[in-house]
Design a protein. Structure first.
Length: 188
């Protein structure tokens, strides 16, 4: 169930717990980068939504009007970016979405991204609970640093043996992660 990055947030939002775990495992090596990319894209949309709201409130004359005595656009952009990142990650987006059309859409997307990031770290924590050999094999495989043949050589095991070890480890991760996610989502 490899998921294209463009659809992963939408799929994750509608997925059940088992499907969410599969999405994370299937995209494990670059899952955080995917989340960072969606977070940056959401920030881009919000910043542009703010600009549009500002233009509408002033009347778009096509002329920049300085509204205060001091102007440091670079610093303002950096501070806005940091504040927006913090708002997305904390879920406290009221001030950041003030005046923007359809704020609930942005709020919902930020919530899904936050859930994805949290769930990823839970899967990662569950992988760390595996016995050392299983952990080493699964982590190397998921991160893409080793293929099955190389893992079999390093573990002094057959190809089928490594394949079975991976299957058992993934099943164990699915079960243990599902227990925690069920508790998490029943409380929400």
């Amino acid at each position: 169930m490899a998921t294209g990055a463009i659809r992963i947030v939408d799929e994750y939002a509608t997925a059940n717990i088992k499907e969410r775990i599969e999405i994370i495992l299937d995209n494990y090596p670059n899952f955080l980068e995917i989340m960072d990319g969606f977070e940056e894209s959401l920030k881009y949309l919000i910043i542009n939504g703010r600009k549009m709201a500002k233009r509408r409130s002033r009347g778009d004359l096509g002329v920049r009007v300085q509204t205060s005595g001091f102007s440091d656009p670079t610093a303002n952009a950096a501070v806005d970016s940091v504040m927006l990142t913090e708002a997305i990650r904390s879920g406290n987006m009221d001030a950041e979405l003030k005046g923007i059309e359809c704020p609930e859409q942005y709020r919902k997307e930020a919530e899904v991204i936050r859930e994805m990031r949290d769930d990823y770290f839970l899967v990662k924590a569950q992988i760390k609970t595996l016995p050392w050999q299983d952990y080493r094999v699964l982590d190397s495989y998921l991160n893409g640093s080793h293929d099955l043949v190389k893992l079999a050589e390093e573990a002094d095991c057959t190809y089928d043996g490594v394949k079975n070890r991976l299957k058992r480890a993934r099943n164990r991760i699915r079960k243990s992660t599902a227990l925690y996610l069920e508790r998490k989502y029943e409380n929400n």
